[in-house]
Design a protein around this ligand. Structure first.
Ligand SMILES: NC(=O)C1=CN([C@@H]2O[C@H](COP(=O)(O)OP(=O)(O)OC[C@H]3O[C@@H](n4cnc5c(N)ncnc54)[C@H](O)[C@@H]3O)[C@@H](O)[C@H]2O)C=CC1
Ligand SMILES: O=C(CO)COP(=O)(O)O
Length: 344
């Protein structure tokens, strides 16, 4: 329990921002949320419920929501960035005039920037080079966190002291927080698992079974690791919460927006119809495009990502793409081990 009413701020009042605001409020912090949407701010302050994003969950009085960014971040110890990944740069740029150097940015969005392929920590560093930065990731659907279902996440930063400050701020009997110094791996695990979760949904939509999903998850973490290593991550991070942990939850949960979108595509809906039905952000769609480009540039083999790219951006049919995946050149399960044994 917190002794004084320290202030924390959450930028973005979607499902994840709301669930994290709730977690912080339950620890006794004063939480100020910011949203672009006037009508949403008015309704949430009046009804204490964020009906469009987290229905059925009541906000306590120590959460307020405003459309005034300056007011939201004033005197806040941390600034949680809880908008979709493609909005992170513009939000960082908007807070520039009034953010203080000591305020800690905690990014909870999972993605890579379209057009640059940058990780979100790199985007934030370009916009706000003086602020400490922490990435928070791991298997954590907002709907469950909001209901106090025991959940674990991981926080990563280049600065261990700052990482531990953020660990202490979020840690509770319902939300256990680990630290990891490998920020590259933590960010990439969270961004790239969305592609595989979308694919798992497509397989569900096609009516495939558990075998297919296990295959996707296992081969998926292999290709995430391959790209991750090429981008400077520590391979062990991918067997942690932000890697296999988040991959498992997103590929199997009905809460997952990426999986739900994939199901609709697998059932034959168009991308437009799918996005209209899911409503909330589906990060895997942009992540597929960005990862496809980055992997091509780094010459990394990512067959599942390529297959999903073909469905999303080249109009190929999911059935045909699965056959292509199954019938592509035969290979060893773990190339690196075999090459090592053969001295290649
Ligand atoms: N929902 C979840 O359970 C989890 C989500 N995340 C990640 O958190 C991020 C946010 O996800 P959700 O809260 O689920 O999304 P959401 O779709 O529920 O909410 C997004 C919020 O951002 C606002 N927004 C959209 N574009 C904006 C812009 N350009 N400028 C300012 N605000 C903008 C929307 O109005 C909305 O309030 C995503 O990167 C997601 O992958 C991570 C862990 C769990
Ligand atoms: O990252 C998440 C859970 O850890 C949320 O995933 P979805 O965006 O697929 O719902």
């Amino acid at each position: 329990m917190v002794l004084s009413m320290e202030k924390m701020c959450v930028l973005g009042a979607g499902s994840w921002g709301s669930a994290l605001a709730l977690s912080l409020a339950k620890k006794g912090y004063e939480v100020s949320m910011w949203t672009l949407n006037e009508a949403q701010a008015e309704k949430v302050n009046r009804t204490k419920e964020n009906t469009d994003y987290l229905p059925g969950v009541l906000f306590p009085n120590n959460i307020t929501i405003t459309t005034d960014m300056e007011e939201a971040i004033l005197n806040s110890k941390i600034i949680v960035l809880a908008v979709p990944s493609q909005a992170i740069r513009s939000v960082c740029s908007q807070i520039k005039p009034f953010v203080k150097d000591e305020q800690i940015l905690v990014d909870v969005a999972k993605g890579l920037e379209k057009g640059t392929g940058l990780r979100l920590s790199e985007v934030c560093k370009e916009e706000l080079p003086n602020n400490p930065y922490v990435a928070l990731s791991g298997p954590s659907h907002a709907e469950e966190v909001a209901k106090d279902i025991p959940t674990t996440v991981v926080v990563a930063s280049e600065d261990i002291e700052v990482t531990q400050i953020v660990q202490d701020i979020f840690m509770s009997p319902k939300l256990r927080v680990y630290t990891n110094p490998d920020i590259v791996g933590v960010e990439l695990g969270g961004a790239l698992k969305n592609i595989i979760a979308f694919g798992a949904g497509v397989c569900d939509g096609l009516g495939y079974g558990d075998n297919t999903k296990a295959a996707l998850m296992t081969r998926g973490i292999r290709e995430i690791s391959r790209l991750g290593i090429a981008m400077g991550a520590d391979v062990s991070t991918f067997s942690g919460l932000s890697g296999i942990g988040d991959l498992i939850v997103t590929c199997t949960s009905m809460h997952s927006r990426n999986r739900r979108a994939g199901i609709l595509i697998g059932q034959g809906k168009s991308l437009e119809e799918t996005l209209a039905e899911v409503k909330m952000v589906v990060e895997g769609i942009t992540a597929t495009e960005v990862a496809y480009e980055v992997a091509k540039e780094l010459n990394i083999d990512m067959p599942i990502t390529n297959a999903i790219y073909s469905v999303l951006y080249k109009g190929l049919k999911p059935n045909d793409v699965v056959i292509d995946l199954m019938m592509r050149n035969k290979t060893h399960e773990i190339e690196e081990v075999v090459n090592d044994k053969l001295g290649l």
